[in-house]
Write a protein that binds this ligand. Structure first.
Ligand SMILES: [Zn+2]
Ligand SMILES: [Zn+2]
Length: 262
């Protein structure tokens, strides 16, 4: 599950994703060149600050790439439905296929997705059961990277010692101010948009936690702790692994009294 390569043919999605990759490339190239390396060479910052920037940048692009090509939870053409679970399945009137409840049909991708959250043009893919964890990681690391970029932009002008600027190439020397203003502008836009999205994603997960206790069957079960809900989304109880995009997610075996049938 979630290990199949998935590629959505949608030129509009390619443009949105291209824009995100452009912003990432811009900052990953110019922030080290204009701020990190020169200040490191002149002893204003330590090597840890440089490594942390590249570390955040790597995790950001890895979660973007994986979220965009991961199978979000597409349903097979002829699913084998156990007789005991038939009442929890329904027919999609758009693609005429059986699907578990809480699946939705994505008109952009043209198929149903298990526990679909939304179709995201910025990753050119649906966000569903099997790639929701990667999408959350993408939001998290994008917030960290854009905050870090904004802090560096600010410190370069108002906090760090002025650079001697002896060995800068002519392009960077002439365009330093413009390069940093563009970086700060993009950083503010991305941070604002992503923070809002991340907050609504977390609220969505917590709301589902409450909703799963709303029907008669669920009321008899104890309420899920938030750790259990997140463990189901990330496919592991190991909290450190919730932050790692370089792994395969396996659906959790949920304890009986918390299990949701759909
Ligand atoms: Zn459908
Ligand atoms: Zn979709």
């Amino acid at each position: 599950m979630g290990q199949r390569f998935h590629f959505v043919v949608d030129p509009q999605g390619w443009c949105c994703m291209g824009l995100i990759i452009f912003v990432w490339l811009y900052n990953t190239i110019f922030i080290p060149k204009v701020i990190l390396f020169p200040h490191y060479e002149e002893g204003n910052i330590s090597v840890v600050a440089v490594l942390c920037y590249y570390f955040c940048s790597l995790f950001c692009i890895a979660s973007l790439f994986r979220a965009s090509v991961a199978d979000p939870g597409k349903l097979p053409a002829n699913p084998k439905i156990p007789i005991t679970e038939r009442e929890y399945w329904e027919l999609c009137n758009k693609c005429n296929m059986m699907r578990p409840k809480r699946s939705h049909h994505c008109s952009r991708c043209g198929h149903c997705v298990r526990r679909m959250d939304h179709h995201c043009p910025w990753i050119n893919n649906c966000v569903g059961e099997d790639n929701h964890w990667l999408f959350l990681q993408l939001c998290f690391y994008t917030q960290i990277l854009s905050s870090y970029t904004l802090i560096l932009d600010f410190c370069h002008y108002y906090y760090f010692l002025p650079l001697k600027k002896e060995n800068w190439d002519v392009f960077v020397f002439r365009h330093e101010l413009a390069l940093l203003r563009i970086s700060a502008f993009m950083g503010l836009i991305i941070l604002g948009g992503i923070s809002r999205l991340f907050y609504s994603q977390l609220m969505g997960i917590f709301t589902y936690k409450k909703m799963s206790n709303c029907c008669e069957t669920c009321k008899s079960r104890p309420q899920k702790p938030w750790q259990q809900t997140f463990s189901e989304v990330f496919g592991t109880h190991w909290k450190i692994l919730w932050f790692i995009p370089f792994r395969q997610r396996q659906p959790l075996r949920i304890p009986y009294h918390f299990a949701s049938r759909v």
